[in-house]
Ligand binder design. Structure first.
Ligand code: ARG
Length: 569
């Protein structure tokens, strides 16, 4: 559609320039104004001419009429002026030839905008805090982050996915204390992260009654920081146990990271940055702590060192950013976290700017809203959490039972149930604008009829089933005979624009909604047009080719949001 839109915009711009050469209008301005009308009866593309009436000093109705008078482009079947709009109807066969040959030629690259050649993007996402449970709150950073990685890769960027594990901090002091008091190595080896979480929860319960425990924990962390061998051994063990658990979830989602350098990696890289801040006169002592005053920028101060000289979350982020710039020389670095951390990122991004790092504006924070389940918020400390693992297990079990009813003889039932169960959760989550708070309703996510993961995966399987019964005709003549065909073609032609939009807005839900559009258009076509049974050979070939194109687009788009391609459901 991009190419077609371009041609149309160029011609309209030519016409408008003849009306007024000084208006400053060109093909770019026209292209930006072209809209997809909500109702196909109003055309496939429309130019709202009221947007031009000021620069042209002309009534919208007259502008539309003037364009209609001399407009002629070969991809356009009909164009007319209606109430100040210039409405354009595309030629079905032209579109079919264009879209189908392009999808065929590009295959897995169809829809990919060439934006990132020679550029590197670093993405910092998922990043759970070790020994705390991987709960539904981490779903957002994990799937939004990975989707943004896929989108950028698709657009040709070199991407580095970093899992910045929260593997350092006072929680390890708590865990070490708790382990020495109540822990049991064998039980932990057998029970994994759950046992660590139990210890963590127990620590907080006990510390409520006996505040001295907190001092002990602080002392243990201090020992860890100063390199105490026993504590380091324990720490490493806790990290390994946690990682093993996270890997299971990542595997289910099809996610791999390029680096697991967590917070602990930066301990020895912070002093140089603290020194630089000090040398530049940016550090202020406030009640014993070292801060960077951000009042001139309308923010509370950024904390660099605590009173006891220990470093903080922003200190580590600054050191990590400097290290990553040196290591990867990124063109963009994207951080995906809950919106609760927005101030933290705004603060330390500002500090990086004040430090004179000219790449400060390449740092991007991508926030997302909170998740609750059936209206319930989650808390880590009390152990009142829904683990991602349990959510997946529940979803998979539910899908298994649905499958048992619908398609008991399906081969590889376990694998398919896993793909559909996990996919349902991912899709449901990514259907929302990321910044909106979401209330997770399991029933809705798993429905096969709604706008859900199972529904779109089922549609994908449907295209596979049609294709398994027919051969693609190759370069055969195409014949468009039904509105549903044109409508599907138009939807398929928008893919690249959708990908661009999603990248520009850092918004995977744009892809998710598009997948629903494609699935809807394909299903309407499937129900109203006989494909394999079409008598006319060209019609049949066209419908098979359309199915193949829909299959490719759905498959490519699934890849962008971590949704598995299910050939059979
Ligand atoms: N570990 C942090 C948390 O779970 C998220 C880390 C985000 N990345 C960063 N560079 N600060 O809240």
């Amino acid at each position: 559609m991009i190419a077609i839109k371009r041609k149309i915009s160029e011609q309209i711009a030519d016409i408008l320039i003849k009306i007024n050469a000084d208006s400053g209008i060109n093909a770019d301005t026209v292209e930006a104004m072209l809209e997809y009308p909500p109702d196909e009866k109003m055309g496939d593309l429309a130019l709202p001419c009221f947007k031009l009436s000021k620069v042209l000093r002309m009534a919208p109705v007259k502008i539309a009429a003037s364009i209609a008078e001399s407009f002629s482009v070969d991809s356009v079947a009909k164009a007319e002026a209606v109430n100040g709009y210039f409405n354009i109807y595309l030629d079905g066969e032209y579109l079919a030839n264009k879209v189908i040959s392009e999808v065929r030629a590009k295959g897995e690259r169809y829809g990919a905008p060439e934006l990132g050649e020679g550029k590197t993007v670093v993405l910092d996402y998922s990043s759970p805090n070790v020994a705390k449970p991987f709960h539904i709150g981490h779903l957002g950073t994990t799937v939004i982050g990975h989707s943004l990685k896929r989108l950028h890769e698709f657009a040709g960027y070199k991407c580095v996915g970093i899992n910045y594990l929260g593997d350092w901090g006072t929680q390890f002091g708590k865990l070490i204390t708790a382990y020495r008091k109540w822990g049991n190595a064998q039980l932990i080896e057998a029970g994994g992260i759950d046992k660590l979480v139990e210890l963590y929860v127990k620590f907080h319960e006990e510390a409520e009654k006996d505040a001295a425990l907190n001092d002990e924990a602080r002392a243990e962390f201090h020992k860890l920081e100063s390199g105490d061998e026993d504590n380091i051994k324990l720490w490493r063990w806790f990290v390994d146990i946690s990682l093993a658990e996270y890997q299971k979830t990542y595997k289910q989602l099809g996610i791999e990271f390029d680096s697991y350098k967590g917070e602990s990696f930066y301990t020895d890289k912070m002093p140089a940055q603290v020194q630089k801040l000090r040398d530049m006169g940016l550090l202020k002592i406030d009640d014993g702590a070292s801060i960077v005053d951000l009042e001139p920028y309308g923010m509370t101060p950024c904390l660099i060192l605590k009173r006891d000289g220990s470093t903080l979350y922003p200190t580590r982020d600054i050191a990590a950013a400097v290290y990553r710039k040196k290591t990867y020389d990124f063109d963009k670095m994207i951080y995906v976290t809950s919106a609760g951390q927005s101030l933290h990122f705004a603060q330390w991004f500002k500090v990086v700017e004040l430090m004179g790092y000219e790449w400060f504006d390449k740092l991007i924070h991508v926030p997302y809203g909170t998740v609750s389940i059936n209206g319930e918020k989650l808390a880590t400390r009390t152990g009142n959490v829904i683990l991602l693992r349990d959510l997946f297990t529940q979803a998979i079990a539910k899908v298994e039972s649905i499958m048992e009813e619908k398609n008991p003889n399906l081969p590889d039932k376990d694998k398919v149930s896993e793909a559909v169960g996990v996919g349902a959760i991912v899709f449901y989550y990514l259907s929302n604008n990321r910044i909106r708070d979401i209330n997770f309703m399991m029933e809705d996510a798993l429905s096969f009829d709604g706008n859900t993961g199972p529904y779109v995966q089922y549609t994908y399987a449907r295209t596979c089933s049609v294709l398994s019964k027919s051969a693609d005709c190759g370069e055969c003549a195409l014949k468009i005979t039904a509105d549903e065909e044109t409508s599907l073609l138009k939807t398929l032609s928008r893919f690249e624009e959708v990908v661009r939009e999603a990248i520009n807005a850092y918004e995977p839900s744009i892809v998710t909604r598009y997948i629903l559009d494609v699935a809807g258009a394909y299903n309407r076509f499937y129900h109203n047009c006989s494909i394999l049974g079409a008598e006319d050979e060209s019609v049949r070939n066209t419908r098979i080719a359309l199915t193949k194109a829909a299959n490719t687009v759905l498959g490519n788009a699934f890849g962008l949001i971590c949704l598995a391609k299910t050939e059979k459901i």
